[in-house]
Design a protein around this ligand. Structure first.
Ligand code: TRP
Length: 329
């Protein structure tokens, strides 16, 4: 392990197969960052319990699916450990210590947790663990003494809590933790096929594992401009799903295509056909590697076990330091 390189901790919940929104919103960024940082990539399986503690039976399998997508997209386990949070129990120990160093009122002010609770109708009976998950997240990050955390905007309030906890611990006991920076994802969220947020529960996703036929079919059915009846009607690229994909995956031709759409020269069907092909090409390599890993699940499990032990080594060292700083243990 190279200690001169700055460190990153990246985490994702194991919700199953990853979609294009996860790719653009997170994974693509991680792949770029692993070139310059020493990255730890974590499947946040304990975090799945925050909103659905009763449904655990798919978590293990989904964690493997996520790692398969990570590997297929280009995360390199030689460069950066890929591991599962609950395999490194030290996260829970540090979470316990941190839980004493933050007030309930502070946690209740977290806008992301508030919004999540509202969306899920959980406001009245939020669990203690749900309210406190940013504290677990702080433990995830600080147990590796990460210098930075790549996240989307919604997760930025949690990184702020993480920084506060680092400062608080360092002040109360002694200097152990860095204050990690937030690396905000550059690209705005990719819309789903229905122009709402791409989300598994909405059935509006293109998955990294989709076959070319499935991609073709989905893109042809995507939401476009409802005011455009004939091809010769002027189109409205703003708010069109196919344009959002175009902007991301074929930016060089965007200006021209926009002009043709507005002038009624490029019809939606033709544009969709082009975009479907572009996406099929873009995902070809990922799909190919995915087929390999799906057929070599034992290799994936070995990669995870190796990542677990690399992560555990660092986590144990940090916990020893933590207990020493607290004069405990
Ligand atoms: N809470 C994050 C999410 O919902 C997942 C996560 C858990 C995470 N621990 C993390 C992200 C640590 C970054 C760092 O997406």
């Amino acid at each position: 392990m190279n200690h001169k390189k700055k460190r990153i901790l990246s985490g994702m919940r194991p919700t199953g197969r990853l979609h294009l929104g996860n790719y653009v919103g997170a994974l693509e960024n991680w792949i770029e960052l692993q070139k310059t940082y020493h990255s730890f990539h974590m499947v946040a399986d304990w975090h799945m319990l925050t909103t659905a503690p009763e449904t655990t039976k798919e978590i293990r399998e989904n964690s493997i699916e996520v790692v398969i997508d990570w590997l297929s997209a280009g995360l390199d386990p030689e460069k950066s450990p890929l591991f599962v949070q609950s395999h490194v129990r030290e996260h829970a120990e540090l979470y316990l210590v941190f839980s004493m160093l933050i007030t309930v009122a502070r946690l209740q002010r977290n806008p992301t947790v508030k919004e999540q609770a509202r969306d899920l109708g959980l406001e009245a009976n939020m669990s203690f663990g749900h309210l406190g998950y940013p504290v677990l997240q702080a433990a995830d990050i600080l147990i590796y003494k990460a210098d930075a955390v790549p996240v989307g905007e919604d997760q930025a309030p949690h990184v702020e809590i993480c920084r506060e906890l680092a400062r608080r611990f360092n002040y109360v006991y002694r200097e152990v933790f860095p204050e990690p920076e937030t690396i905000l994802t550059k690209f705005a969220r990719l819309p789903g096929l229905d122009n709402k947020k791409m989300s598994k529960s909405m059935d509006n996703c293109i998955f990294l594992s989709d076959s070319p036929e499935a991609i073709q079919k989905k893109v042809m059915q995507a939401y476009t401009d409802p005011t455009r009846v004939r091809k010769t009607d002027p189109g409205h690229p703003e708010g069109c799903v196919v344009f959002a994909y175009h902007q991301k995956f074929d930016p060089d031709t965007l200006a021209q295509v926009k002009r043709d759409c507005k002038a009624g020269k490029l019809g939606c069907v033709e544009h969709k056909r082009q975009m479907a092909q572009r996406l099929i090409d873009e995902l070809a390599q990922i799909r190919e590697r995915r087929i390999y890993y799906e057929n070599h699940r034992d290799e994936v499990k070995t990669i995870i076990a190796h990542g677990d032990s690399q992560a555990k080594k660092v986590a144990q060292e940090t916990m020893t330091e933590v207990m020493e700083a607290m004069q405990m243990g």
